[in-house]
Design a protein around this ligand. Structure first.
Ligand code: HSE
Length: 427
């Protein structure tokens, strides 16, 4: 079996997540991809922050890693521009494939880096640079390749969205909300990048390149952040039926003109993007074949971003293995069978049509209780007809098999007029 040796530069929040994943889930990835990934070197300047279990593979000098002939793939997760660019170019020169989450660098210098990767005959992958765990890069570049993209609209900075949500839900000031976001590890090391819309613009620049095949000059992207929004604006907007969101927008105005902007905007409360809360991101893409498509998920944080980095790594293994195409034939041998629905517990909505007589509720609840089904609430609606009345119940979690048995017993009660309706509740 082929072993792919991986070098990781940067042991911050994401770096640690990726290292941990490669250490703990290597067998799982091997089963899924048919390739063994080995984390063979970590470069981190501040070696004190790296746990001792990695000490055998730790260096404080990223150049060691780039010069290491055994390493196939370099994962750059230090962020920033200057050093990251130097290491990435160094890796290309040494014929190493590179994976990065560095949206700032891609926005400023993506065209040049992509050209250099091509020149060196190596892959340059960056799924983690846009929207954390949501597979935007791969979807636009591969899955939606047949489309002319007309527009993209979305919320792609988890931190500012989280801050706006906390401001609304806790009536907190921006400063208080920022502190909570920082404590959760959502912010960039310099939170100004999030608050001023710079992070959103970086990601939008990457999206524009992929979606429209156009390299925007980063400095020309119109940008306003959320720093001037107060919780008063958030409250007043809501009273008027709107929610404030930091939006990214790119759309074709004409054949030769593209509108690209980042700024806070009022969205009607019933707009789908209005319900995107906290650290979640969402992006609408409109294409000539697909119509509108919505991506939604966690756009920041160590685990979602690790998911994106690992997806790049596995897709690289297809190149490194010389297979040329993914196999899609992963069988997880630990799974033996499908779970029988009778063994699953659900909460239920149930409706009975019953006679409006004394003791009806007692009869119904008696059967439910015999099957261990606990009622969370019950309402008797107005009479549907002179002879019958709808009784609606919500239950606590109950076993499917017990519920079926209870309902069939209840259906046979003389006070029940029609077959009961039951609908499972999903959260
Ligand atoms: N600070 C970024 C965000 C992290 O909040 O979306 C993920 O890029």
């Amino acid at each position: 079996m082929k072993i792919i040796k991986v070098g990781l530069i940067g042991f911050g929040t994401i770096g640690e997540g990726v290292a941990e994943y490669l250490r703990e889930r290597s067998a799982y990835l091997r089963r899924k991809s048919g390739v063994k990934f080995e984390l063979s070197k970590i470069a981190e300047r501040d070696i004190k922050k790296v746990p001792s279990k990695y000490k055998e593979i730790l260096t404080s000098n990223a150049e060691d890693l780039i010069r290491d002939k055994s390493i196939d793939v370099v994962i750059e997760l230090i962020g920033g521009i200057k050093d990251a660019r130097k290491y990435i170019l160094g890796a290309f020169k040494n014929k190493k494939h590179v994976i990065t989450a560095n949206k700032a660098l891609l926005a400023e210098d993506g065209e040049h880096l992509l050209a250099k990767a091509k020149e060196s005959g190596v892959a340059f992958k960056f799924e983690a640079s846009v929207c954390g765990g949501i597979p935007i890069v791969d979807s636009i570049s591969n899955s939606l390749v047949a489309n002319d993209i007309h527009s993209v609209l979305g919320i792609i900075n988890g931190t500012s969205n989280y801050i706006l949500t906390v401001m609304e839900e806790q009536d907190a000031s921006m400063r208080e909300a920022l502190k909570i976001a920082q404590a959760k590890g959502y912010t960039e090391s310099n939170p100004i990048l999030d608050l001023k819309g710079i992070d959103s613009s970086h990601k939008l620049a990457v999206i524009v390149r992929l979606a429209f095949g156009f390299n925007p000059d980063f400095s020309k992207i119109y940008r306003e952040g959320i720093t001037s929004i107060s919780n008063l604006d958030v409250k007043y907007a809501k009273e008027l039926g709107y929610r404030i969101k930091l939006l990214v927008i790119a759309k074709r105005s004409s054949k030769s003109l593209l509108e690209v902007r980042v700024h806070p905007a009022l969205l009607p409360l019933d707009h789908m993007l209005s319900s995107v809360k906290g650290v979640y991101n969402a992006l609408y893409i409109k294409g000539n074949l697909i119509g509108e498509m919505l991506f939604y998920g966690k756009g920041a944080g160590s685990k979602p971003t690790t998911s994106a980095v690992i997806s790049d790594l596995v897709s690289l293994s297809v190149i490194l293995e010389g297979k040329g195409f993914p196999s899609y034939n992963y069988i997880d041998t630990e799974i033996e069978r499908l779970k029988d629905i009778n063994n699953i517990d659900f909460r239920y909505y149930i409706r009975f049509m019953a006679l409006d007589n004394p003791g009806v509720l007692a009869k119904i609840s008696g059967v439910l209780s015999n099957y261990g089904i606990s009622i969370a609430n019950v309402t008797q609606k107005d009479r549907a007809k002179a002879s019958s009345v709808p009784i609606v119940m919500m239950t606590h979690k109950a076993n499917e098999k017990n519920m079926r048995k209870a309902l069939s017993k209840i259906e046979r009660l003389d006070v029940i007029i029609k077959r009961p309706v039951s609908i499972r509740v999903e959260r």
